[in-house]
Write a protein that binds this ligand. Structure first.
Ligand SMILES: O=P(O)(O)OC[C@H]1O[C@H](O[C@H]2O[C@H](CO)[C@@H](O)[C@H](O)[C@H]2O)[C@H](O)[C@@H](O)[C@@H]1O
Length: 269
């Protein structure tokens, strides 16, 4: 059944395969620095890039996402679509969308504010990005209460500085107030490579924009498919709009193996 859905996608060219990182290719870890790709993913990404344009679309900064994935020949799109690199940042410059530049300083100011209150927030980790950043409360003794207190601290200053607050898995995101998101990034990727066929896989709230963009692309005549990696805390909207649901990162990797095998077989035929 799954293969039936995927087969038409693999038969079209140029094909793009786009993946979120955390919760999709990498199991959720206690802290961002402890996250690692699931066993075998690195090899699958390399193999897939022999047949398709393979890209990473992550909420992490490009530098951080590329450090984690570390596969050459992929496109790295970071900070929820604000940053783009045509390869590993050691050899390819990271481009920050010019629209995001006015939000570098306001983003810093909000993260400085949280850092100046860190003693009141045990277990909280501030992760800075080129624009804004993430405030992780996974390790806080009372995560839900900490989330509320972080939001209370940030709400007014964020409004004053015209920044946006978002949320993800045990994380408050400080974001630029732009309409740029993973859906926008996916569309840009499709246009950049002149794709006819595209697959996106993700698991979290910010992935919904890309999943909805897949639906739009399909209505426009592209062969487009989304995969939702289901965890205990998956948002119902993701399950509603995803084309294929897999269980946990393990299920994603098993499906990725079948995709790569399908591409390989097609090449031989
Ligand atoms: O779009 P993604 O690639 O999924 O990035 C979203 C955020 O993911 C990371 O945080 C999440 O994963 C951490 C490691 O598993 C986990 O500790 C944390 O609780 C999760 O929220 C990343 O650190 C953030 O920068 C991303 O925005």
């Amino acid at each position: 059944m799954m293969t039936e859905k995927i087969q038409p996608l693999l038969m079209q060219s140029p094909l793009g395969l786009l993946f979120d990182i955390d919760g999709t290719l990498s199991p959720i870890a206690p802290t961002p620095d402890e996250a690692r790709l699931y066993t075998g993913v690195e090899k699958l990404l390399r193999q897939a890039s022999a047949y398709a344009h393979v890209g990473i679309i992550t909420g992490r900064a490009v530098k951080d996402g590329a450090r984690l994935v570390d596969v050459d020949g992929l496109t790295y799109i970071g900070t929820h679509g604000l940053e783009w690199s045509d390869g590993l940042p050691e050899t390819h410059p990271i481009q920050l969308l010019p629209e995001a530049l006015p939000y570098v300083e306001p983003g810093k100011e909000l993260l400085d504010l949280v850092e100046s209150h860190l003693t009141e927030f045990p277990g909280v980790i501030v992760q800075r990005k080129n624009v804004g950043g993430s405030i992780h409360y996974r390790l806080a003794p009372e995560p839900e209460q900490t989330r509320e207190r972080l939001l209370a601290l940030l709400r007014e200053p964020a409004q004053r500085l015209q920044m946006r607050l978002g949320e993800g898995k045990r994380v408050v995101e400080v974001l630029a107030p732009l309409k740029i998101n993973k859906g926008h990034a996916l569309r840009r990727y499709v246009n950049h490579f002149g794709l006819r066929s595209v697959l996106f896989a993700g698991d979290d709230r910010t992935d919904l924009d890309a999943i909805l963009e897949i639906e739009t692309l399909r209505q426009e005549g592209y062969t487009a498919l989304s995969i939702v990696v289901q965890h205990q805390d998956t948002l119902p909207a993701l399950l509603e709009h995803g084309d294929i649901i897999v269980q946990e990162v393990e299920g994603m990797v098993q499906l990725f193996e079948r995709i790569v095998a399908g591409l390989h077989q097609q090449e031989k035929a």
